[in-house]
Every structure is written in C-alpha cells, then in structure tokens.
Design a protein around this ligand. Structure first.
Ligand code: ZN
Length: 239
C-alpha cells in the first residue's frame, strides 16, 4: 500500500475513534464502575429498541474531563465522565447513548471505513493527491448522512425506552453554547458531531414527524400542541 494511503487511514482512524484509549475492563475505581453500571442500564433499555441489538458489545465509562462519547468498530460505546457531569439528567444521558447506539445499529463505522478506502483508491487511481481524507467531499457528505441517521434513530430509541425526546434539541443547543463560550472540553465531540441550525431544526421536525407516524408515543399531545414545533415542521415541509 502506498505511504499516502497509510497516512490517510491513520488520519481517518483518529477522526472516527477520537481518544482511542478505551476504558479499562478491570481495575476501574468503584466510582467509575458504579457510573459504568448506570450507563449500561440505560444502554440496555435503549438496546431493546435497536434494529440490530446484537451490534452492542460493551459499555465503558472513561475517566476524563472531556465532554465526549463515541462508538467504535468493536461494538463498544464509551462515555467520558466529563459528559456524565455535563448532562443535566438521565434523559440527556439517554440522548447521547441513543445516538452512539444508532451508529452501532446502522453499522456506520464499518461503512465509513469501507467508503473511505474506496475513495482513497479511486483518487490514487486517477493520480490525484489527497491531502486529508476527512475533508474530502465524499467523506464529509457521508459522515453528515450518518450523523443525521444517528440523530433520527437515537431519538426513537430513547423515546420508546421512556425518556423525554423534547430535551434533545435543547441539549444540542447547550453544546453549541458551550462551544461558542470557548469550552475546550467539548471540542473533540463537536469535531465529529458539529452543531448547526439545521441539526437543531431537524430535531424539532423529527418530534412532529414521529408523532404523526406513531401517535401513541409519550409526549405527543404536548408536541402536537406546541406552536413553535408545528411551525418549524410546516416550514420544513413546505420547502
Ligand atoms: Zn455521531
């Protein structure tokens, strides 16, 4: 394999698995183990909603100040203690866990690696030089698609598991505020999960769309009676 291809794959690995030091299976302090159990309990509730529940292998909690979480290609999810401290309640923690579980269920990581290598090969075949694959149009387009899919599926997992999905767009708005206020602990997570107005809007649209599709869901009377949500949905549909 060409040197550039190896380099690009290394860059890519860092993008997909930020902070690759995994939580230890053994030797974690009792506090970390208690947190891990708590996160695992929520993850198991959400797992019942996944189309591929078999894709979740382990749940880790990593001690560290970063407000971060990620899913990896082994089927594990890792939540940093910084994220657990940041969320205001269990519903928000379920939001993060649901999003990461959706990446596993939809097998995004495996698919990203496949497409990226393909892109590398294609670029090399036509003799082009590829500086940073993560910035390539194909990669960006695909990762955005995966983020949207994880948002969409993750919301349904946590909602059906009994959590309040109305908190999701508020949670992401808070993340954005922290970033704008210069909180560096949030950088890693936001580098792979950018917040923009489209993302926030999408969560509002999804609330109404799911209530139209599954009116039996909790909170639907409130959602369908919320003028802001209905207006956002109608404007989106009219485009
Ligand atoms: Zn994501």
């Amino acid at each position: 394999m060409k040197k550039t291809a190896v380099f690009i794959m290394m860059v890519l690995a860092l993008c997909i698995f930020p902070g690759t030091s995994f939580a230890k299976q053994q030797g974690d302090s009792p506090e970390i183990e208690a947190l891990r159990k708590h996160v695992e309990q929520i993850a198991f509730k959400l797992r019942d909603q996944m189309s591929r529940p078999d894709k979740l292998r382990n749940v880790h909690v990593q001690k560290g100040p970063d407000i971060n979480a990620f899913a990896d290609n082994k089927g594990d999810i890792t939540i940093f203690t910084g994220m657990i401290d940041f969320v205001r309640n269990e519903d928000e923690l379920a939001t993060v866990i649901g999003h990461e579980l959706a990446h596993l269920s939809a097998q995004h990581i495996k698919r990203s690696i496949g497409t990226s290598i393909l892109a590398t090969v294609a670029q090399e075949a036509i003799g082009g030089t590829l500086g940073n694959l993560a910035g390539s149009a194909l990669f960006t387009k695909q990762s955005r698609k995966h983020e949207r899919e994880a948002d969409r599926l993750g919301m349904l997992y946590m909602w059906r598991a009994g959590y309040d999905p109305r908190l999701i767009w508020k949670f992401w708005t808070d993340m954005d505020k922290q970033m704008k206020a210069g909180n560096s602990k949030i950088e890693k997570f936001l580098s792979t999960h950018p917040v923009h107005s489209e993302r926030i809007e999408n969560f509002k649209v999804l609330l109404v769309r799911y209530c139209k599709e599954f009116p039996e869901l909790n909170y639907c009377p409130g959602i369908m009676g919320n003028e802001d949500l209905i207006r956002t949905f109608n404007e989106f549909e009219a485009r």
